[in-house]
Ligand binder design. Structure first.
Ligand code: S3P
Length: 174
């Protein structure tokens, strides 16, 4: 089982859209852990955070990782920004860290036509000082967790996917 390509990285860096584009080009399925969680608990992540708190969300993330390990293989998995902390990340497949500066991430989110919703749905992005601190503490952890790092700042999804495909082919993963 497993043998997936797992995209990790900070909120809003483009893990979902990169996973969908990579999946389309490789005839694989893209799966998103936040989508799985929302359908599992039948509520939005921000409601889950508000009603049950972050620890409950992290427990469900671990449950999701356990399920993925045993039931999903050969897929492109995009993850929530804190998912990389699950205890079986390495068992899920090859880990790809999508990197951008926080400034780059915020600028891209703000340019989005649906910017307000994109920011509102992310409880940990509402307080910019806290988001900065979270980025600072997570950056080395993302890098430590990853097999492959790819710089996405200022690049189109198609460019990122082309570069990523080359790296994955070199690695024998595609
Ligand atoms: C989180 C990131 C979010 C979502 C939740 C917590 C995090 O996903 O899982 O709000 O801890 O960084 P995105 O990375 O898709 O925004």
């Amino acid at each position: 089982m497993a043998g997936n390509i797992v995209l990790i990285g900070f909120m809003g860096v483009g893990k979902g859209r990169t996973a969908r584009a990579l999946a389309a080009e490789t005839s694989r399925f893209a799966i998103d852990t936040d989508d799985l969680i929302e359908s599992f608990v039948k509520t939005k992540i921000r409601t889950l955070f508000a009603e049950q708190g972050e620890p409950a969300f992290r427990r469900i993330e671990q449950q999701t990782a356990d399920w993925l390990e045993h039931h999903v293989s050969g897929s492109i998995v995009s993850t929530g920004g804190g998912f990389f902390m699950v205890n079986n990340l390495r068992c899920l497949g090859r880990i790809v860290y999508l990197h951008s500066s926080l400034k780059g991430i915020i600028a891209t989110l703000r340019r989005h036509p649906d910017a307000e919703r994109k920011i509102k749905k992310r409880p940990l992005l509402r307080d910019m000082a806290k988001a900065k601190e979270l980025y600072r503490t997570r950056l080395p952890l993302y890098r430590e967790a990853a097999d492959i790092e790819i710089d996405v700042e200022g690049r189109k999804t198609s460019e990122v996917v082309a570069a990523l495909k080359t790296l994955l082919i070199q690695d024998g993963l595609l």
